[in-house]
Write a protein that binds this ligand. Sequence first.
Ligand code: ADE
Length: 225
Amino acid sequence: MRIDILTVLPEMIDGLINCSILKRAQEKGLAQIYLHNLRDYTSNKWRRVDDYPFGGEAGMVMQIEPIDKAISALKSEREYDEVIYTSPDGKTFNQPMANTLSLTKNLIILCGHYKGIDYRIREHLITKEISIGDYVLTGGELAAAVMADAIVRLIPGVIGDEQSALSDSFQDNLLAPPVYTRPADYKGWKVPEVLLSGHQHKIDEWRLQQAQERTARLRPDLLEK
Ligand code: ADE
C-alpha cells in the first residue's frame, strides 16, 4: 500500500517512518510512504502556506491553494481510497480503524497546523477526519506517524510472525497477556510455572484467563464493546 503525507514539517516525520519495522516494510516493497512538503506547492516567493483568518480572530490558518494543488497532483497519478485530515476534532483512531485502513491501497494524510485549515478544504477535499486522542498537539505530524505505524504493521508480511499482529492487545477487545523471557528466575522473581510446563493447551488457557483478568481490571470499557 501507499501513504502520501502532506505536511509543512516533513523532517518531523522522516525519522519515524524510516527506521525499524516501517523502514523494512518499505525496503521489502510492502509499503511506500512519501512525505510532501506543502511549501513546494505555494506560489508566493516566501513559500508561505498560511494567512490571517477572515473575521479577525487570533492565529493563522492554512490556505486552501497549496493543499488543493498537492492533493490534485497526487490524484492525477492514481486513485485514493481516503484523504485523511489529522485533527483533534476527528473520530478517535483505534484498532478497528487501523485494520480497515490497512486494507486500502492508496491513502493521503494531511497534517493540520496552526489554528486550523481553511474550512473549504474539509468540506471539499477531505474524506475522513481522525484524531489520535483527546488532547491537542502542536500539529498533525505525530498523529500521521502514529497512524502510518499502526496501519503498516498490519500489512501481511510486515511483521515476521503473522500470529503476532493477530494476538495484539485490542484485536479481540482484550489486552494482551503478560510475556516473559530468560532467566526464569531473576532475583527470586519467577516466571509463572505454567509457561515452563511445555503443556500448550494449559498455556493457551492461562493466556486467555490473564488477558480477560487484565482487561477487566485495567480497561473494563473494552469488555462492554
Ligand atoms: N492535531 C492536533 N492535535 C491532534 C490530535 N489529538 N489528533 C490528531 N491530530 C491532531
